[in-house]
Write a new protein. Structure first.
Length: 106
């Protein structure tokens, strides 16, 4: 089993919590971290924009990335939400085993 961190940006803490709850309930993520108060600067519709957002980091298995991404796209308020997978190449074996166990089918 290979584990992955999923980096997701959200409009606010409420959305991050709603998405996190859905990912945990569906066993698509073992856990999530919510980091409020991030400032984003980006191009959108031909203009440079600035927004305050939250970061949601989910821990999951590689084979669940597509399903997790689909769930986020279905529930997210943005037209084009940021959902980026970052492979975990090493770590505490017990923690990585916990991710596998918590994302296994119920």
């Amino acid at each position: 089993m290979s584990a992955t961190l999923i980096y997701i940006t959200t409009a606010d803490r409420d959305e991050a919590e709603r998405l996190g709850d859905a990912l945990i309930a569906a066993r698509l993520a073992a856990c999530v971290n919510i980091l409020p108060g991030m400032t984003s600067m980006f191009h959108w519709n031909g203009q440079v924009e600035r927004a305050t957002e939250c970061v949601l980091i989910a821990k999951t298995r590689d084979d669940l990335v597509a399903a997790l991404t689909d769930k986020v796209r279905d529930l997210h308020s943005y037209d084009c939400p940021c959902v980026v997978a970052v492979p975990i190449v090493a770590g505490n074996p017990a923690f990585l085993d916990w991710i596998a166990a918590e994302t296994a089918p119920a």
